[in-house]
Design a protein around this ligand. Structure first.
Ligand code: SF4
Length: 492
């Protein structure tokens, strides 16, 4: 997914930039970058963070950089921030999101000739450079940002820092990702995770609305492009992506996870000796389950945090599975002869979960009951780099549906948690994973746990419905106003 942090201050702000960006490390796995404006221009550093922490890679840059404004980014893909020279002036830019129609936009740009891209990322065009090119095609930053937001399919939040020290922050068109401004005496910072603010002395001063663009100076924040009316903030922030101490739209992640766990316990009770969470995000869901059910919380698997403090995503599946196994260490006394409930944020492919379940049985578990904090993932994310699923057909649900129906894209019938197809799908996944029982969160319970109105949330990965689809979604639902093809599958 990725995350960013930007700051403008009256005094040197490199320390805030360094730690503020570091607090977004859980959002990306591949690249980290900083651009700092000093008296002479931009200083910039980009490092590979795929096998090391952001802080260890940027320690030397932290010591040598000086300046009162800067932007930093944690990225899943491209090298950034980029420093761009254009008719709008010299500026640094960082983006978070995904440009789904990049190939089409690149072709449009190439067709106009006299244009080239100089930053290639893993064999492809650097998406941040493409966004900069769209901005540069217009007469001002405001017009350029509006133009880019209209052209991009997917989502794109951005930070722009001009060589005059003006910081612009932009939230993506439908607000899938949060962008929040914080303020302290003589400084304004913009971030995606509010958890970065308290330790740096900032107070949240405002959350940007969907598509809103603000200009930041050390003494305050001013809107230059107003927010749009439609919001579809990513529900998965509360389930998995987000850091527990952060809040988006005023709703805290940790507390939402407790409510998720509580709802799972009410709907899917089972007798057991203990409740545990698959680290990290499953832990808060499990605490909520334990409190609601009255079953004691325990940690049959303990994560080796000294060297696995953050997400690490090796490129090949075999290595990923090995890492998943190395991170978690079993505690035999909490497993042998026990009936265990486990909470996890979601099931993507299910391969890692299957291996963990096998290890628990090998260590003597009597029963394993899995409770999943969101509904079954049926559709691949089109709006963020949700890197855990490369292809929709890799999803545990899609593989199961293919077993039942053969090749089909019509999975609407599997969204209805009360329907027979849904129950058959979940039954087969349970069997494949070797679980004693398996239950998923219902969409209406998840929405209630988050605490925002349904129409402000993106739930595409469970429903296939989205506000950005022209004329509403292909399935029809309460959201787009068409008769619903999937009946009670739709939460409205
Ligand atoms: S499709 Fe899922 S992961 Fe992607 S933005 Fe929507 S809720 Fe988030």
């Amino acid at each position: 997914m990725g995350g960013f942090f930007g700051v403008v201050a009256e005094e040197d702000a490199v320390s805030d930039l360094f730690f503020g960006t570091d607090y977004h490390s859980h959002l990306g796995t591949m690249r980290g970058g900083l651009a700092v404006l000093d008296g002479k221009g931009f200083q910039r550093a980009i490092h590979d963070i795929s096998n090391a922490q952001f802080r260890s890679k940027f320690e030397n840059d932290f010591r040598r950089f000086h300046g009162s404004s800067g932007i930093g980014v944690i990225s899943d893909n491209e090298d950034q921030p980029l420093v761009i020279s254009s008719h709008l002036g010299v500026y640094a830019i960082a983006t978070v999101g995904v440009v789904k129609n990049a190939a089409e936009l690149v072709k449009e740009v190439f067709d106009k000739r006299r244009v080239q891209f100089s930053e290639m990322s893993r064999g492809g065009i650097n998406a941040t450079e493409l966004v900069a090119m769209l901005i540069n095609s217009q007469e001002s930053f405001e017009e350029g940002v509006r133009f880019a937001q209209e052209k991009i399919e997917g989502s794109c939040s951005m930070l722009l820092l001009t060589c005059e020290g003006v910081l612009y922050a932009v939230r993506d068109r439908y607000g899938r990702t949060p962008v929040v401004a914080g303020q302290k005496e003589g400084a304004v910072a913009v971030a995606m995770e509010t958890c970065c603010f308290p330790n740096l002395g900032y107070q949240v001063c405002r959350e940007l609305g969907p598509g809103e663009m603000v200009r930041c100076a050390p003494d305050g924040v001013e809107t230059v492009l107003p927010p749009g009316n439609e919001m579809a903030i990513c529900s998965f922030l509360w389930v998995y992506f987000g850091y527990p101490a952060s809040s988006y739209e005023g709703r805290n992640v940790e507390m939402a996870r407790y409510r998720c766990g509580g709802a799972l316990a009410r709907r899917n009770p089972v007798e057991a000796d203990s409740v545990g969470g698959v680290p990290d995000s499953g832990v808060a869901h499990a605490l909520g389950y334990a409190v609601e059910s009255g079953i004691r919380y325990s940690r049959p698997f303990v994560k080796y945090t000294p060297t696995w403090p953050r997400s690490f995503m090796p490129p090949n599946q075999k290595e990923r599975e090995l890492i998943a196994q190395m991170k978690l260490i079993p505690v035999p006394g909490l497993i042998q002869g026990k009936r265990l409930i486990f909470c996890d944020d979601s099931i993507v492919r299910g391969t890692q979960l299957r291996d963990q379940v096998k290890r628990l049985y090998d260590d003597g578990a009597k029963e394993i009951h899995m409770r999943i904090a969101c509904p079954p993932l049926l559709y691949g994310c089109r709006f963020l780099n949700f890197s855990r699923s490369k292809s929709e057909m890799d999803l545990a649900t899609r593989r199961t549906i293919r077993e039942i129906e053969g090749d089909t894209d019509d999975v609407a019938a599997y969204r209805d948690a009360d329907g027979t197809p849904f129950k058959e799908m979940v039954g087969r996944i349970r069997q494949r994973l070797g679980l004693s029982s398996l239950a998923y969160q219902r969409l209406d319970d998840l929405v209630e746990a988050i605490g925002l109105p349904r129409e402000k949330l993106c739930t595409y990965c469970w429903t296939g419905e989205d506000v950005s689809t022209p004329g509403g979604c292909s399935h029809g639902c309460a959201r787009c106003g068409k008769p619903c093809a999937a009946g009670s599958a739709q939460a409205s």
